[in-house]
Design a protein around this ligand. Structure first.
Ligand code: NAD
Ligand code: DAU
Length: 360
């Protein structure tokens, strides 16, 4: 049985990924190391908690002693590294945690893998023959902001513009350095915006869903014309699995949805689906009327768009879900899991929401 260490498995993508792997593989053991920050919710995995192939460890990826212990006692052969501070607006309000987890934490994890997997004589060995894998999950935001045309390819120069994307870019560089310097068997993926079940409601789609359901205003930054390339989370999980199994060491793979939308189109789509599913607002008006244009995000990247030709050509992956199917599934999931939303929206999130949108 192969043992995989998943970091950040109680978050949005990590929890979807753990469920996806356990459903499709009998011979894999998963160790989920998660600090349980505000974004990590053990409820996301309540249904598999008792599975004998799964172990949850509450801890910090920055804790070198814990990491050394885990690598030794679990004979970790594969790392899939999701754990991060992931929200751009929070990185603007308070970057320190992003530096700590995304940069220092990734460094500690790389060090733990290097010590466990490579002997001293392996250092400077550029082509290790090994079954070990360190898969680093990163973002398209490292490439910066596009104008009206063009796409991010794997060779696009890095140009991060927020503390979040700068910290992720830094972690990508560390991962690459460990490949070239020590021969650590790494692969990196850079993915576009995900959506789907279990996404924390600070992010655009679940935030708009939650506000629109309750008849609250929908804060749209700037003119609402910023563009993101949306990918259904299950498609991302499938892409990560393909890269883990068949990706080439030291390479990076862009993952995207071929699905560019302006933010205002996303907001309208969620509003219209809610109107269809639960009826118009009590006032008789459609939910689109709740849109309120607010002060823009500082340094707001205008457009992200992924060219995912490499992963399609080399590994045969492409998204299976259309946006129309995916957004319907997502809205239905949130409607059926209203208890999940109320559980994650505790007091600390209310404070954040007030700080973030109170005076906008
Ligand atoms: P998330 O914020 O939902 O979850 C992050 C998880 O990491 C949480 O469970 C949290 O408790 C855990 N965590 C945070 N700091 C930790 C630490 N120091 N030690 C251990 N665990 C810690 O994030 P997400 O949206 O699921 O994103 C997962 C990864 O995918 C991130 O690396 C992110 O940069 C990347 N990514 C996200 C998207 C997206 O659209 N959400 C797109 C591309 C890439
Ligand atoms: O591109 C991948 C990235 O996608 C990931 O690396 C990040 O972890 C993830 O958070 C996401 O970043 P974004 O900043 O694109 O996602 P967010 O949901 O915060 O915002 C999406 C767009 O919607 C963005 O242009 C800002 C806008 N927005 C967001 C919020 C929360 C609004 O207009 N109003 C809002 O209230």
């Amino acid at each position: 049985m192969r043992t995989i260490l998943v970091t950040g498995g109680c978050g949005f993508i990590g929890s979807n990924f753990i469920r996806f792997v356990l459903a499709g593989n009998r011979d894999i053991r998963l160790i989920n190391l998660d600090k349980l920050t505000y974004a990590g919710n053990p409820l996301n995995l309540a249904d598999i908690e008792q599975d004998s192939r799964y172990r949850f460890v509450q801890g910090d990826i920055g804790d070198a002693v814990l990491l050394e212990q885990l690598f030794a006692e679990e004979q970790i052969g594969t790392v899939i590294h999701f754990a991060a501070e992931s929200h751009v607006d929070r990185s603007i309000q308070g970057p320190a945690e992003f530096i700590q987890t995304n940069i220092v934490g990734t460094f500690r994890l790389l060090e733990a893998a290097r010590k466990a997997w490579l002997s001293d004589s392996d250092s400077n060995h550029r082509s290790p023959v090994t079954n070990h894998r360190f898969l680093h999950i990163s973002t398209d935001e490292v490439y910066g902001s596009l104008g009206e045309t063009g796409y991010f390819v794997e060779t696009t120069p890095y140009a991060p513009r927020s503390p979040y994307s700068a910290s992720k870019a830094s972690s990508d560089h560390l991962v690459s350095a460990y490949f070239h310097t020590y021969g650590l068997p790494v692969v990196t993926t850079n993915c576009s915006n995900n959506y789907g079940p279990y996404q924390f409601p600070e992010k655009l789609i679940p935030l708009v869903f939650n506000n629109a359901l309750q008849g609250k205003e929908l804060p749209v930054y700037g003119d609402g014309k910023n563009v993101r390339d949306w990918l259904y989370v299950a498609d991302h999980c499938q892409a990560i699995w393909s890269v883990l199994k068949h990706g080439h060491l030291g390479e990076t793979y862009n993952i995207g949805g071929n699905n560019e939308k302006q933010n205002i189109e996303i907001v309208h789509a969620v509003c219209d689906l809610l109107d269809e599913r639960v009826g118009l607002l009590a006032s008789g008006k459609p939910r689109r009327t709740l849109v309120r244009y607010v002060k823009d995000r500082p340094g707001h990247d205008h457009r992200y768009a992924i060219d995912a030709a490499k992963i399609k050509q080399e590994l045969g992956w492409q998204p299976a879900m259309t946006f129309e199917q995916g957004i319907r599934k997502t809205v239905d999931w949130y409607l059926e899991h209203s208890d999940w939303i109320s559980n994650v929206l505790d007091g600390s999130y209310q404070d954040y929401y007030q700080r973030m949108y109170g005076e906008k």
